[in-house]
Structures are given as C-alpha cells and as structure tokens.
Design a protein around this ligand. Structure first.
Ligand code: PAF
Length: 277
C-alpha cells in the first residue's frame, strides 16, 4: 500500500493503478464501518484508493475540529488490512490553497435535518468531495448509509456537475447490540454507551410499527420519540420520517422513506437512520 501526501504524487500513483478504481473518502478515526467500505470496494474494483483528510470546512464554529480523533498509524494499518492500494493523506494546504474561495451548495437536499442542525456542514462536504473526486478520479466511490443525507448530497453533486463516478451506498455497520458504529462512540462513558442503544431501539420500534401496517408518519415519529424519551441520558435533536429521495417530511408513507434521528448523549452527538418502504 502506497501513502502519498500531495496532489502531484497522488496523480502519479493513480495513473499506475488499473481500473476500475474504487474510492473511500474518510476523515480518519477509522472503524468497522470504514473497513466494510474498503472491503466492498476491494471486492468490486481492481484498485482501491482511500483518503484521510479531516476537512475543516465541514465543522461549524461551535464544533470542535481540534478534538476530532486522529491516529494515522492505526488508520493506515486498518486500510492496509482491508486491501487499499493507495492512501492520500494531504495536509490542509494541499486541498485549500492560498486564496481558496470556491464552495459548492447543492440546494434543498442539504437544508433539513443535519443541514439545519449543522449550518454550512454540507457545503463543506460537497466542496471537499468534489475536490477529492477530481484528484482521485475514481470510477466508483463508496459511502455508508449511516450518513444517509450525506449520500443524497453526494449523489446530487455528482448528477449536477456530471462527475464520472458511480456512488455506491453500503449498509450501516452495527455493533452486536445494534449501536451504529461511529468515530464518536469512543467518547461515550459506559452509562452513555448503554443509553445510546435507545437510538437503534427507537428506529426498530418504528420500523416494526411500519411492518405491522402503520402508515401515518406522525405515529411513527411519536413511536421513535417515546422510546428516546424513556432514556433520561438522551437529549433528542430531531426525529424525522421523510421521503427517502427528497427528505421532505411525510404525512403518510406511500413509498421509500427514511426514519432518522439525531440526539446528544452527554456531549456526544449521534445520528442513526433506517430506510423503510
Ligand atoms: O463522511 C465523512 O467522513 C466525510 O464527510 C467525508 C465524506 C470524508 C468528507 O470529508
């Protein structure tokens, strides 16, 4: 596995790789979710390129960029074991050069849910993803369903800018007890870790109600809210039952929908979702 840190070195190394090239873009702090993306890319592509870049423009002023976990040696070990051929680990100035001023706004899909809770977040994501796609030039790129809105933002970006990359969305990886794996889980105390299971329980309860025939979106939101409210350490930020393609809040479920939620447990903010229909 080769590790490069400049755009020029990336282009040289990328040119030697046989296609199709699959890309997995990350901010490091890698876990089983990232590993599953790299393994899927490995299974479906002849070459795999991963990136590790903690993107400052997707952090809000109140979000602690400096606190974001960084462990390059562990990340490279995971990527090597999962089968990456090439890893791009640029410093900030390699991505955002002097006078950098362009940003990409993908419109309404970036506005609700995470977009409302984290103003500017998806502008930062869309901008860095476009830059990384241009540098890596993958034929396919692999993203996790856990960040469902990010997947829709990236699909919009790729469609609108006619970027020649196929987006592959892979299932959320969960711990055996149902907690979605996340770089942020490491911040949870044992009591908070137990409380965090309410997120998955809430989604499962709503999904079960849907499978039992419930089609009223407000009833499904209530079901999620009740399960979360029963856990005193959980502070709910939002509960959503939305159209899976547009993220518009629904009154009734008539097609593919997304159950999603964000909550704080102590100082840790967690998100999770479940597609239905
Ligand atoms: O999902 C992430 O880790 C980031 O948002 C991404 C896609 C690597 C862009 O910085």
């Amino acid at each position: 596995m080769e590790v490069v840190r400049t755009g020029a070195a990336l282009r040289t190394a990328r040119a030697r790789l046989p296609g199709p090239v699959g890309a997995v873009l990350t901010m490091g702090a890698l876990h089983a979710g990232h590993r599953s993306l790299v393994e899927r890319a490995r299974a479906e592509c002849r070459s795999v390129v991963a990136t590790i870049f903690v993107n400052p423009t997707q952090f809000g002023p109140a979000e602690d960029l400096a606190r974001y976990p960084r462990d390059e040696a562990a990340d490279l070990a995971l990527l090597g074991a999962a089968g990456a051929d090439l890893v791009f680990v640029p410093p900030v100035e390699e991505i955002y050069g002097p006078g950098f001023a362009t940003s990409i706004d993908v419109g309404p899909i970036a506005e609700p849910l995470e977009g409302a809770a984290r103003p500017g977040h998806f502008r930062g994501v869309a901008t860095v993803v476009a830059i990384l796609f241009e540098l890596v030039r993958p034929e396919r790129a692999y993203f996790g369903q856990k960040d469902a809105q990010q997947c829709l933002v990236v699909r919009r970006l790729v469609a609108d800018l006619a970027l020649p990359v196929e987006i592959v969305v892979c299932p959320t990886v969960r711990e055996p007890d149902g907690l979605a794996v996340s770089s942020r889980n490491r911040y949870l105390s044992p009591a908070e870790r137990t409380a965090a299971l309410a997120l998955h329980r809430a989604l499962a309860a709503a999904r079960d109600a849907y499978l039992a025939g419930e089609r009223d979106a407000a009833a499904l939101r209530r079901r999620i809210g009740e399960v979360l409210a029963a856990e005193p350490l959980v502070r709910v930020e939002y509960v959503s039952v939305a159209d899976a393609a547009t993220l518009t809040e629904l009154e009734r479920i008539g097609g593919p929908a997304l159950l999603s939620q964000a909550a704080r447990i102590g100082t840790t903010r967690l998100i999770d979702n479940e597609p239905i229909g």
